[in-house]
Design a binder for this molecule. Structure first.
Ligand code: GLY
Length: 379
């Protein structure tokens, strides 16, 4: 397994449950920024509805399928004694300006057309549900399907489950996948050490496209700046709240222990690990505009993470076209959500030789046209 993030740990756990011997090489990822993996940096939203856009309905179906797998996945993790901080409090998408309200109304129509259950709320109804919202909120959409987990707890839970099932985690940065007679045979580390394997899974997140592979896998880093606040003894947010502010989307995701994760910028800056003044300031400003009390919360952390972007914003699942090399990468904005489905699909592909129907449209062989960037990526 190349990559010890959420995908790598989950697939390794599932393979070990099926009796496979698994070694996870936990890199790559720059040594100077181990926290930049999406597993560590992200907000943990499980949000197929509010993350969707009007053109990506195939991806929406995949995301909804994975969401349905979450409750059982959490139960199975609990059986190993691990807790991924799963919360079933729903999501409120809120509008603050007339333009926002029009956008939200269009989005509600889109949800109706696709049988996605939502509830339109007035400002008063939204603030009754979430009293910490700003009085400037004009309207809102309640999306019950969209929930969250604590991605850092999930990561620990998966490593615990995998280790308990016999998976071996070994540190190291993979430089290349080695081949013999056009079949993948193992990996070479930056230290020149070779690790051989019958089967290799590429699950290296945003670094998946930086490894020397026998096939081109177009994954690029999409930078996100994100911050973590803590309520301390102040009143706490209960729902995930999403809004547009100054042309950028902002989300606030609460944790059981009082933290609120506020994210995130979307920047095509390669592996730029800097937190910038603009990035920090705009997140704090936008969070305060949606929920004024955030200005009183303790600022615990600013960080940068890298989403694994692909030309069409969808992941690469299953066969790579090279025997012995399977893909589980390119999950872009939906990595945490897609963990259960990715693990199930990849394990079925490796152990039974077939990719389940849900994953079949997401192989590397699909036709790919670059999608229009999300609104905040536009110049
Ligand atoms: N899924 C949230 C983000 O990518 O910022």
């Amino acid at each position: 397994m190349i990559g010890g993030g959420l995908m790598g740990a989950a697939i390794a756990w599932r393979l070990a449950q099926r009796g496979r011997e698994v070694t996870v090489v936990t890199g790559p990822g720059p040594i100077e920024a181990p926290g930049a993996t999406a597993a560590w940096a992200s907000a943990g939203m499980l949000a197929p509805v509010t993350e969707t856009n009007f053109t990506e309905t195939g991806l929406l179906d995949l995301n909804l399928d994975s969401l349905r797998r979450w409750p059982r996945f959490v139960d199975e993790l609990a059986d190993t004694g691990a807790d991924p901080g799963y919360r079933t409090d729903s999501t409120l998408s809120v509008a603050q300006s007339p333009d926002d309200a029009a956008r939200l109304s269009d989005f509600a129509d889109f949800c109706d057309d696709h049988d996605l259950t939502t509830k339109r709320l007035t400002s008063r109804e939204a603030r009754r549900l979430e009293p910490l919202l700003s009085p400037r909120v004009r309207s809102a959409l309640l999306v019950e399907a969209d929930v969250s987990c604590d991605n850092r707890m999930l990561w620990s839970a998966l490593i615990h489950a995998a280790t308990t099932a016999g998976v071996r985690f070994t540190p190291g940065e993979v430089e290349a996948v080695t081949t013999d007679d056009d079949r993948a045979t193992g990996v070479r580390l930056r230290t020149a050490e070779q690790v051989t394997a019958d089967h290799i899974v590429l699950a290296a997140g945003a670094w998946s496209g930086s490894i020397d592979l026998p096939v081109e896998v177009p994954v690029r880093p999409v930078k996100g700046q994100i911050l973590r606040l803590h309520a301390g003894t102040l009143p706490r947010l209960t729902h995930t709240v999403r809004a547009f502010s100054h042309g950028q989307e902002v989300y606030l995701v609460p944790r059981h222990h009082g933290e609120v994760v506020v994210g995130a910028s979307v920047e095509e800056m390669g592996f730029d690990t800097r937190v910038t003044g603009e990035g920090a300031w705009s997140l704090l400003r936008d969070a305060r505009q949606v929920m004024p009390l955030t200005a009183e919360y303790t600022l615990n952390e600013f960080s940068v993470g890298f989403r694994p972007g692909t030309p069409d914003n969808s992941p690469f699942l299953g066969p790579s076209g090279v025997p012995g090399l399977t893909l589980a990468c390119g999950h872009h904005r939906n990595g945490v959500l897609l963990v259960p489905l990715t693990a199930d699909a990849v394990v079925e592909h490796i152990t039974d030789g077939r990719l389940p129907d849900c994953a079949a449209p997401f192989t590397l062989a699909r036709p790919m046209t670059a999608r229009k960037p999300r609104r905040e990526e536009e110049p």
